[in-house]
Write a protein that binds this ligand. Structure first.
Ligand code: UDP
Length: 229
């Protein structure tokens, strides 16, 4: 298979169908813009499986995604041109917003915040303003409504599992026919999940802060998603 793109923890391959790609999720985790790395066994598959369930869930409420199917740690997807903007939605304060603003960890945002970051590791993914997004020739309102719908959908799924959806990051892409779709992954690598009413993490913060076994936590989330489906 011809490699198209090698990401930090995933590789994208060409397929026989020029419209589609195959994304392989590796047993690898990184943090701090790639400075901290580990290779936990089973991590690729569990992220891929969680993503596939969540892509199916959001498709059911009418969100267009790149997702086509899954097999183990490989996901078949529509080929897209990725929008170089990461869209972050926050229900509770954690991570960069706590480090960079006066908001204390755990406070809730009503309505949830939707923020834009430049997808550029060399520049450390800086926060963008709406005007900067517009200057980049993207319309922020193309993304805000979809992000809010995804938030409501995912939040209600995790609520049932007694988990707070603290925040999550989305990536978007354009298909060859010009459709705007949600791309990349939807897994605890790109979202924060806390046991309800606590700050116990079931996400990548376990690795960032060296507080536990991410594969065990991610497998718990996968098992709960299957149970509540
Ligand atoms: N996130 C991500 N990729 C990034 C930056 C953030 O998936 O390059 C996710 C992160 O896991 C969290 C949310 O987006 O769920 C908000 O991240 P934040 O801005 O708080 O940054 P962090 O504290 O992770 O550096």
């Amino acid at each position: 298979m011809k490699e198209i793109l090698q990401g930090k923890v995933k590789t994208v391959y060409d397929t026989e169908d020029a419209e589609n790609v195959l994304i392989e999720f590796h047993d690898k985790v990184t943090a701090g813009n790639g400075r901290k790395v580990d290779f936990p066994e089973g991590k690729g598959e569990v992220c891929c499986q969680i993503s596939s369930i969540l892509f199916e869930k959001i498709a059911k409420v009418g969100v267009k995604t790149h997702y086509l199917g899954v097999d183990g740690n490989k996901m078949s997807c529509k080929r897209v041109d990725i929008v170089p903007i990461e869209v972050v939605c926050r229900n509770l304060a954690a991570g960069s917003i706590v480090r960079e603003t006066p908001f204390e960890e755990g406070i809730s945002f009503h309505p949830p915040l939707v923020e834009f970051y430049l997808k550029d590791d060399a520049k450390n993914d800086p926060l963008l303003t709406l005007d900067r997004v517009r200057l980049m020739k993207y319309n922020p309102y193309d993304y805000i409504g979809i992000t809010q719908l995804i938030n409501v959908t995912l939040k209600s799924i995790f609520d049932e599992m007694d988990i707070d959806l603290v925040d999550f990051k989305l990536e978007f892409g354009h298909t060859s026919s010009g459709d705007l779709v949600v791309a990349d992954e939807l897994s605890p690598d790109s979202m924060r999940l806390w046991k309800k009413g606590t700050k116990e993490s079931f996400d990548k913060d376990l690795f960032r802060k060296e507080k536990g076994d991410i594969v065990r936590a991610y497998k718990y989330i996968l098992q709960q998603l299957k149970e509540f489906s």
